[in-house]
Ligand binder design. Structure first.
Ligand SMILES: Nc1ncnc2c1ncn2[C@@H]1O[C@H](COP(=O)(O)OP(=O)(O)OP(=O)(O)O)[C@@H](O)[C@H]1O
Length: 265
């Protein structure tokens, strides 16, 4: 059994002559649900790319599912990771069911001569049902709402039974009802698969599922705080990460943030 699903140690990452991550440590264990929080440009997506075996660190080490990046076939490793990228570059008008099935082939489009086995279709339809998409399973990608596309991409990411699910701003562009439905779906999914680990990137505390167990707060490529969510997502840490006085509250397992108004003395 692999205890650490993701392990970053003193990770630095440079691109175009600029250091983007300045010595980041992160350990994600089985069954943990991490949130990466921080302002624009803090380096959240860069960390998610390392967790998803899409990039190598410039220095330091990254282990994903027990394999050290740089010493493993990245493409092979990526098949064990469900990565939900909202900028999914699909060009052809596949149906929801076909998009979900591309999770099995690890491709964006359906490979020309590939045909799913009967139990592949049954699994895809099961996930489509779990994600609340049964009514649109035969609808084509260009006709779907943003919320439906996001759900289809989560179902796609789960088809290959990953042990790690990565979500990059899954609530972006959703109305409040669609966001709440998505968060309920994620909570139900995590409860049904207790070994699954996840990492979600977001700018907004309101978009954290109640199942969020841990958080890493990032500012300009450095970790401000990391650990158990309740102890980490605090007024002090969030204000430091975002460089703004933000009051953090938590009720019924959900977080909220607003500008801290100074009381007149
Ligand atoms: N390939 C690259 N080449 C040069 N700079 C890059 C590259 N990728 C990311 N960066 C820079 O690294 C910094 C961190 O980017 P990243 O996308 O990880 O941040 P983020 O926290 O996810 O931001 P956002 O919330 O805006 O999505 C940014 O300043 C970005 O411009």
């Amino acid at each position: 059994m692999i205890e650490n699903v993701v392990e970053l140690r003193d990770v630095r990452f440079r691109r175009a002559g600029k250091e983007i991550l300045h010595g980041v440590d992160l350990t994600v264990r089985e069954g943990e649900h991490w949130a990466l929080l921080g302002p624009n440009g803090a380096g959240k997506s860069t960390i998610l790319g390392l967790c998803g075996a899409r990039a190598h660190p410039t220095s330091g080490t990254v282990h994903v599912l027990g394999h050290r990046l740089g010493r493993v076939d990245m493409q092979e490793l990526r098949r064990s990771i469900g990565h939900v990228d909202p900028r999914h570059p699909l060009r052809s008008p596949l149906t929801v069911r076909e998009v979900v099935l591309t999770g099995l082939t690890g491709s964006i489009e359906l490979p020309a001569r590939w045909r799913p086995a009967g139990d592949d279709v049954a699994r895809a339809d099961g996930l489509i049902g779990d994600l609340g998409l049964a009514a649109v399973a035969g609808e084509r990608w260009p006709t779907l709402s943003q919320g439906e596309r996001g759900r289809a991409l989560i179902a796609r990411a789960l088809t290959a039974r990953p042990r790690l699910l990565l979500l990059d701003e899954p609530s972006t562009g959703l109305d409040v009802a669609a966001r709440e439905q998505l968060l309920e779906t994620l909570d139900a999914l995590f409860a049904a698969q207790p070994g699954l680990a996840s990492v979600v990137v977001t700018h907004h505390l309101e978009e954290l599922p109640t199942t969020t167990s841990h958080a890493l707060l990032l500012r300009a490529g450095s970790v401000v705080a990391a650990g158990a969510a309740v102890a980490t997502v605090t007024t002090e840490n969030v204000s430091a990460a975002f460089g703004h006085p933000v009051g953090v509250t938590r009720a019924d397992g959900r977080w909220a943030a607003r500008t801290r108004v100074r009381q007149p003395t």
